[in-house]
Design a protein around this ligand. Sequence first.
Ligand SMILES: Nc1ncnc2c1ncn2[C@@H]1O[C@H](COP(=O)(O)OP(=O)(O)OP(=O)(O)O)[C@@H](O)[C@H]1O
Length: 354
Amino acid sequence: MDPYLPPVARHVREREPLIDVQNLTKVYDLGRGRTVQALDGVDLHVPQGQVFGILGRSGAGKSTLLRCVNLLERPTSGSVRVDGQDMTALRGAALRRARRGIGMIHQHFALLSSRTVAGNVAFPLEVMGTPRAQRARRVAELLDVVGLGDRGGSYPAQLSGGQKQRVGIARALAAGPKVLLSDEATSALDPETTGSILDLLRRLNRELGLTVLLITHEMGVIKRVCDSAAVMHDGRFLESGPLPELLAAPDSRLADALFPLPTVDLPGVVTLSYAERATEPVLSALTREFDVDVNILAGTVETVAGAPYGRLKVQLTGERTAEALEYLRARGLAVRTAGDPLAADGAEPTGEGA
Ligand SMILES: Nc1ncnc2c1ncn2[C@@H]1O[C@H](COP(=O)(O)OP(=O)(O)OP(=O)(O)O)[C@@H](O)[C@H]1O
């Protein structure tokens, strides 16, 4: 950043999201007059240093969106800015240069089987014309970062899936990007390996200030690493924002997807969501102060984005139930009663759990 910018301009620049996508559409032409609208007015704002997850079922448009961010796919309309640069305005060499600031990892790793691990990581540096000695130093450094310091001479076929993805990550980081795009990077891995790759991404995010935009159909990925998330369906975001805010909304589809509770067909059933708050004293207060009986039907408590989050389905009975619900709302709990609108069109926006 230019240190001589006046303070106001500097402030404005710092506030601009690192990835700023506005009103993006993508229509694929299938020929014979047939088209598919893969993106339908997507707004995506990812602040620097965040891990942002996009959750959606197959066909929701996740890959198309990711590929529009680095212009592997050219959007039909709308704007894509990455690190202040209008990506859609770039072509040829200028676009290739801008892409160096955006690393990408893939579900099936996309490694070159004829090259060693070190050769794979060195590949983007060769393309950039990095001198040999500098290249060797950088490759060694990157392999250390991903925990493969001793595997530089191995070939991809000799590695486990998790190790291959670590090579993919090292290669994606070779040019020193500010942004890492992750295209279902853990979908082909078992749960334990998935966890270790997600932890690595989190560490890179924290230690290098790397901004990560990932797409997934796995709930566990969102819970484990994301600061913010969006739920995508039919080329649109149904909801997006910081995870704690999304989960705190009484009608959050993300909360329904991440913490599903069984349907219970009883009178007086209420769904309560809370963050960083123990429910026990709150629920016992309902009985004490409002003479309301509380019957816990189902519930879950987990850590999300490093903070405790819980959801309960309870049955409340008593004359003063309405007052009791107000009491809960006043204490910051999200309260959804059976009469509240749920997912408006009944769409199940997300895929299978992790
Ligand atoms: N190159 C293409 N040509 C034509 N249609 C495409 C193309 N790529 C994607 N589509 C269509 O666009 C829609 C969105 O696809 P996309 O791959 O972006 O979804 P996705 O959420 O990433 O799904 P998946 O997880 O299965 O990859 C789908 O209907 C798909 O068939």
